[in-house]
Design a protein around this ligand. Sequence first.
Ligand code: SF4
Length: 60
Amino acid sequence: MSHKKCQSISCDVASCSFNDTLENSCTLSAIKVTPKMNCATEDIDESMCASYKSRALVDR
Ligand code: SF4
């Protein structure tokens, strides 16, 4: 069973060019999440969005 059609990605990372800051959501249909190197906190900071693209770099 696939839920892909009704998935949404909530995200508060306003500095990312894919972020809809009004909706606090990601405008991509899918993202890649990767483990953070050398991090073993057993907490949420062990993962990061690998699809991130800096809004500042895109606006240049
Ligand atoms: S690409 Fe990642 S960091 Fe950027 S808005 Fe989407 S979920 Fe957030």
